[in-house]
Write a protein that binds this ligand. Structure first.
Ligand code: NAD
Ligand code: TYD
Length: 355
């Protein structure tokens, strides 16, 4: 089949990548989407079951750090653009094993940039390298203020330092080689298909199983939460309508202190599980704080709103309830993760490939 355009999406088997693919594969039937994913512990092809039969979607298992594999893929497909989401993404893991973050987030991004530069050596016309990043590169805020696109970088965890480094490399390739790039920095996402190590899915799972809810430190850390599908819509918009060379901050206009969010989640869970009010909240357990824990993140998403007309579409309380419903309705998705079954299938299909 001849396609009008071919796009490489990295990390498409993860949480946000799977939402981006679900949106774009259906919306652009004339575009071939090639999903390059290593299928680490966070990559899960169950997330993309509904795309398995799409004619304009292909999955390739591979590591973005593997120079030859990435170069060969660019040669084979002659991509017109890249949407780069693959990353090690969990702060707690970056504290335990920073090197995995340096390899994937920095070397992997560098490798993709080199492959794109080589593949596009005859001209950058019609090409675009879109790098998906995080608000965590800006560091931490006090009680007031918002991160804008002009806020200086001040990353404070190995995760955010590795993402900041990759952002700098992407901009360096624009300035040095003229590569057309665009970057977005988004706040905390929530929704279906998020690996149960992040706050919301972990706590839903623990409540279902009557396990303690480990609240780090005093629980007054603040995050700005965005419905994952709204992030996917923003990525589609920026890829197609954003100005090349620009950075866009994406946020939910929706700040919550962790403990307030957890209490809200507990009361939704009590209702859904038909438990007496207060049952879930009784599981709250204050534990030792995360090392270097950023106090507050909050995004000024004015630029993407004014320039591209983007706004979040889902109110947090409704989104949280829908998220709870999804996890309760898809307990097999969680069971296959817990049992490791989601991964053993890949090992049979593709062989072992690291973490
Ligand atoms: P995730 O951890 O759920 O998924 C990451 C995906 O990347 C997985 O499918 C994994 O298998 C794949 N991957 C990891 N290392 C790889 C490698 N070396 N080669 C190929 N594939 C590899 O992450 P997510 O939450 O979906 O985040 C996606 C992107 O969005 C990341 O770049 C992250 O920094 C950024 N981001 C996430 C959030 C959030 O709240 N989750 C917010 C802002 C930005
Ligand atoms: P997380 O979902 O890991 O996202 P990030 O660190 O990228 O913001 O954590 C969200 C907030 O919840 C953060 O302040 C850390 C806190 N947290 C807990 O209190 N307990 C937990 O078990 C987890 C995973 C997170």
């Amino acid at each position: 089949m001849n396609f009008e355009r071919k796009l490489l999406v990295t990390g498409g088997a993860g949480f946000i990548g799977s939402h981006v693919l679900r949106l774009m594969v259906k919306k652009y039937p004339e575009t071939l989407f090639v999903n390059l994913d290593k299928l680490t512990y966070a990559g899960n092809l169950d997330n993309l079951k509904d795309l398995a039969d799409s004619n304009n979607y292909a999955f390739v298992r591979g590591d973005i750090v593997d120079e030859k594999a990435v170069g060969d893929l660019f040669l084979k497909y002659q991509f017109d653009g890249v949407i780069h989401l693959a990353a090690e993404s969990h702060v707690d893991r970056s504290i335990e094993d920073p090197m995995a973050f340096i390899k994937t987030n920095i070397l992997g991004t560098m490798n993709l940039l080199n492959a794109a530069r080589d593949a596009w050596k005859d001209g950058f016309d019609g090409k675009l390298f879109y790098h998906v990043s995080t608000d965590e590169v800006y560091g931490t805020l006090g009680e007031t203020g918002l991160f804008t696109e002009e806020t200086s970088y001040d990353p404070r965890s190995p995760y955010s330092a590795s993402k900041a480094s990759s952002d700098h490399l992407v901009r360096a390739y624009m300035h040095t080689y003229g590569m057309p790039v665009v970057i977005s920095n988004c706040s905390n996402n929530y929704g279906s298909h998020q690996f149960p190590e992040k706050l919301i899915p972990l706590f839903i799972d623990n409540i279902v199983n009557n396990k303690p809810l480990p609240v780090y430190g005093d629980g007054k850390y603040t995050r700005d939460w965005l419905w994952v599908h709204d992030h996917a819509l923003a990525i589609d918009l920026i890829f197609h309508k954003g100005t090349t060379g620009e950075t866009y901050n994406i946020g939910g206009f929706n700040e919550w202190k962790n403990i307030d969010l957890i209490n809200e989640l507990c009361s939704i869970m009590d209702k859904k599980l038909d438990r007496e009010a207060g049952t879930s909240a009784a599981l709250i357990t204050y534990v030792k704080d995360r090392a270097g824990h950023d106090r507050r993140y909050a995004i000024d998403a004015d630029k993407i709103n004014k320039e591209l007309g983007w706004m979040p579409t889902v109110k947090f309380e409704q989104g949280l309830e829908k998220t709870v419903d999804w996890y309760l309705d898809n307990s097999d998705w969680l069971d296959r993760i817990r049992s490791g079954e989601y991964k053993s299938v890949y090992e049979k299909q593709y062989g072992k490939m690291g973490a």
